[in-house]
Design a protein. Structure first.
Length: 429
């Protein structure tokens, strides 16, 4: 009778190795959150007694009660939450899921703590409904512009010219809308102007292999100069006939528009707002659920391999740039027919560059880029609201707040990002 001896089972352990880039991003994010937490803690000593938030404005049918919070304790609690979240990120002991939770908690704490401190020094309540409505309005062109960048850059063409596409579309929509008194005609003109600008970008970037970043800057300067010249020479002297476009009216979506607080914000908007939401789903579907989207992503990642299997890199990149220009045209039209009805020089005030930052923060993904557009819209609207409340924050800083948030977010809060491998690289067959 022989006894068999079996070897002990080998224990396999999986160790997650963090790359140097990911580690730097995690540490930068963690320390930044800790610094913000320290700042909030310092601000708590100068907070007023109560911060009041109004959930309804005077014109709402259903008046929701205002919320009064003890400003000092709220700011202290949010500061401690930021410190805890930052410490967790710096320690490196949090899993990927808990890192996302920590970032989310820190973001919400910063917003609530800063607003509580700022609102506590004002006799007027902070208008939450106006903040949300303004966020949606300001984010609409940013979402559409970021989608234009996502489609183009997924194919490997860097689109720094979103600002120029916005300007040309806004100018064309205002003039055509003023002449025809037709909003559909104005939208078509805006899209056509952006597509022509996209053709200029594609021609020099794809055919003549011009540096795409430099090309985008040149197109932006060209668009600014051209629209400014035409405005001075043609539009301004005839403003009554060439600069008085009809303005879009809100389209309520039945009973949904009557929901308190969220109804007017989400379901009583202009057609461009609805198109922006639909466009996010359309771009996601095109990129990830269609054969064309697979080709776009293949060309953006490895154009030589795509060419080897018979995909025309040049044709796909042209198509992607022009499809993206459609969304940029809708975003540019928002500045005129979607809001004021008139065009002024450089009306887009850098929103094209913020849209570019949104797509980078959104990791070249349509849904994430749209969320980043909402983030920038929220910050911009918050700066405007705080100015009207006469808060102790200097007005100059409030005007800079959206751009400061852009720099901070792109520098540290986006984590590790990787652009499409062939993004910005001309392809020579």
């Amino acid at each position: 009778m022989s006894a068999s001896i079996s070897a002990p089972a080998e224990v396999i352990t999986h160790v997650h190795l963090e790359s140097p880039d990911a580690r730097r991003a995690r540490l930068a994010t963690g320390w930044l959150i800790i610094v913000v937490g320290v700042v909030l803690f310092a601000l708590s000593f100068s907070a007023g007694a109560t911060a009041t938030f109004a959930l309804s404005d005077a014109f709402d049918t259903v008046q929701l009660p205002s919320i009064a919070l003890p400003a000092g304790p709220v700011v202290v609690i949010t500061a401690l939450l930021c410190l805890a979240a930052g410490a967790g990120l710096v320690s490196g002991r949090l899993s990927r899921t808990w890192r996302r939770v920590a970032n989310t908690v820190a973001g919400l704490s910063v917003v609530l703590g800063f607003l509580s401190w700022a609102a506590s020094s004002s006799t007027l309540p902070f208008p939450v409904s106006n903040q949300l409505a303004g966020t949606v309005a300001l984010a609409t062109p940013l979402i559409l512009g970021s989608l234009a960048g996502v489609v183009g850059e997924r194919s490997g063409v860097v689109n720094v010219a979103i600002e120029g596409q916005f300007l040309n579309a806004a100018f064309s929509a205002a003039v055509v809308g003023s002449v025809t008194h037709s909003i559909p005609a104005a939208l078509f003109a805006g899209v056509l102007a952006a597509v022509l600008t996209g053709m200029l970008l594609a021609l020099f970037a794809i055919k003549y292999l011009v540096d795409q970043v430099v090309l985008g800057v040149v197109i932006n300067l060209l668009s600014s100069g051209l629209t400014g010249f035409l405005f001075d020479q043609l539009v301004q002297p005839n403003s009554s006939t060439l600069n008085s476009s009809p303005i879009m009216t809100a389209i309520p979506l039945g009973p949904l528009a009557d929901i308190p607080l969220l109804g007017p914000v989400l379901f009583d908007q202009t057609i461009l707002v609805y198109l922006a939401v639909i466009s996010v789903a359309v771009v996601w579907f095109l990129l990830f659920k269609t054969r064309w989207g697979l080709r776009v992503r293949a060309v953006g990642e490895h154009p030589k391999a795509a060419d080897t299997v018979g995909i025309s890199v040049t044709a796909v990149r042209w198509q992607a740039v022009l499809v993206g220009a459609i969304f940029a045209g809708l975003g540019g039209a928002f500045f005129t027919v979607g809001s004021t009805g008139t065009f002024v020089k450089d009306i887009t005030v850098g929103n094209g560059f913020i849209a570019l930052a949104a797509l980078i923060m959104g990791r070249w993904h349509p849904v994430y880029a749209a969320l980043m557009g909402l983030f920038f819209g929220f910050v911009t609207q918050m700066a405007s609201q705080l100015q009207t409340l006469s808060t102790p924050v200097p007005s100059q800083f409030l005007l800079l707040l959206p751009y400061v948030a852009t720099i901070i977010a792109v520098a540290g809060l986006i984590g590790r990002t990787r652009a499409p491998a062939a993004d910005g690289q001309p392809y020579v067959k």
